[in-house]
Design a binder for this molecule. Structure first.
Ligand SMILES: CC1=C(CCC(=O)O)c2cc3nc(cc4[nH]c(cc5[nH]c(cc1n2)c(C)c5CCC(=O)O)c(CCC(=O)O)c4C)C(CCC(=O)O)=C3C
Ligand SMILES: [Fe+2]
Length: 386
């Protein structure tokens, strides 16, 4: 089902020829692993973005609260091990390398290691399911930067010394969606045991807020997905599918969290805390919080949801349950391996699973996909220039 993803400029958006990859590149966000890492990590994340110092100080306290350690690197070590186990159980001989955008092990060191081991064709899985600058293009730019800084980008006339392709954005892949659907069903059952009927529960699907300018440009250039771009449209469509699979008629909404940037810059709204404040207490007695935009229980989940949003809900006298992220759920892990094998085998588009009319998303990002005018154009792997 191609739906809203028409073939456009830039050749075929899907690769249906088999490709012999040498290894999988698991690309993470990265996080600090001790108090001394916190500020240097935050500087890496916000390099050149104009995030106010007060915001960095505030975010630093979230990490300090947990000993300066984000669980995100440990999650990725576990995910890597789980993917390796899934590959082994299917008899697939593909090594898995792991590299981060913002903290060690850095992508540049990982691609250098790849080359040393003789690998020239990598298929990347970024730990991020949706389309936007922060969740797709920035990973692609960081791949290109890692190749450039290690001299492995190639010179434009010869093929890159190391080629990095990327699996499609997997927001509507059944392996990503199933853990959320199961989690919502379990949360509603738990609340029902406590005496709350489905119509007394409000389900809040939460994702990372991004600047409106980034949201509007998410997805391929020249294609309108509405005000919030492909980013908001994908979340809206996945939330609908999750409610269907969870067989629930509970009222629900899509909300945003973890806003940063200067206050005068518009970001996607409503903020989850404002949304909880505005729920009608006559009708609502409980909330289910679904971290729909995230793949693991990292700091944005542990702090912004489990500390802040849960507190906002308690302050209003609501019962509240937070649904787990996919983490290393067997269906998620198996889905990621399926996404790799889709490219290894050159699976026809019609046979690629996708649960919303927006997918299956592109293998090759379209021209201008998820462009960021603030940061300017940079080379990016796994897409059509610019
Ligand atoms: C869409 C999106 C995802 C999901 C997709 C993906 O996974 O990529 C994501 C993930 C994450 N964001 C994370 C942490 C941070 N994000 C920040 C800043 C920002 N995120 C943004 C967007 C996103 N972020 C944006 C538009 C900014 C503003 C600055 C900019 O335009 O670049 C800042 C700076 C301080 C602040 O402003 O909060 C931090 C510390 C962590 C790690 C958590 C841990 O350590 O466990 C993870 C997984
Ligand atoms: Fe993209």
């Amino acid at each position: 089902m191609l739906g809203a993803t028409p073939a456009c400029a830039g050749g075929d958006p899907h690769i249906t020829e088999p490709v012999e990859y040498d290894a999988i590149l698991l690309a993470g966000f990265g996080g600090p692993e001790g108090q001394d890492d916190v500020i240097p990590f935050l500087r890496n994340v916000t390099r050149g973005r104009g995030i106010p110092d007060e915001r960095l100080e505030e975010v630093a306290t979230h990490y300090r609260h947990f000993g300066g350690v984000s669980p995100i690197n440990e999650h990725n070590r576990q995910l890597k091990a789980a993917i390796e186990q899934e590959l082994a159980s299917r008899g697939i001989d593909l090594p898995v390398l792991w590299g981060n955008r913002n903290w060690a092990p850095y992508l540049a060191d990982t691609v250098r290691e790849a080359r040393e081991r003789g690998f020239t064709k990598l298929i990347a899985i970024a730990t991020s399911a949706y389309s936007s600058f922060s969740s797709c293009r920035q990973y692609r730019e960081d791949f290109a930067m890692a190749l450039e800084s290690t001299g492995l980008l190639g010179d434009g006339t010869s093929p890159a010394a190391v080629q990095i392709d990327k699996v499609r954005q997997f927001f509507d892949h059944p392996g990503f969606v199933a853990p959320f659907a199961q989690g919502v069903r379990a949360a509603l059952d738990e609340l029902e045991d406590q005496g709350f009927a489905d119509e007394q529960v409000h389900v809040l699907f939460s994702t990372h807020s991004i600047p409106m300018t980034d949201a509007a440009r998410s997805g391929p250039r020249g294609h309108s997905f509405g005000e919030g771009g492909a980013y908001a449209a994908q979340h809206q469509a996945v939330a609908e599918v999750v409610m269907e699979l969870a067989e629930s008629d509970a009222p629900w909404s899509l909300v945003y969290q973890s806003r940063s940037g200067p206050p005068e810059m518009p970001w996607l709204e409503p903020d989850i805390n404002d949304a909880i404040e505005e729920l009608d207490a006559e009708q609502t007695r409980a909330v289910v919080i679904v971290p729909l935009g995230f793949v693991s229980d990292h700091m944005e989940v542990m702090w912004d949801l489990d500390e802040e949003a849960m507190q906002t809900a308690r302050d209003r006298g609501f019962a509240a349950v937070r649904v787990p992220t996919p983490g290393i759920h067997p269906e998620y892990v198996s889905g990621l391996v399926d996404l790799v094998m889709e490219r290894v085998q050159g699976t026809p588009v019609a046979e690629r699973p996708a649960l919303t009319p927006l997918g299956p998303w592109y293998d090759v990002c379209r021209p201008g996909c998820c462009e960021n005018v603030r940061a300017g154009f940079k080379p990016a792997a796994a897409g059509v220039a610019p």
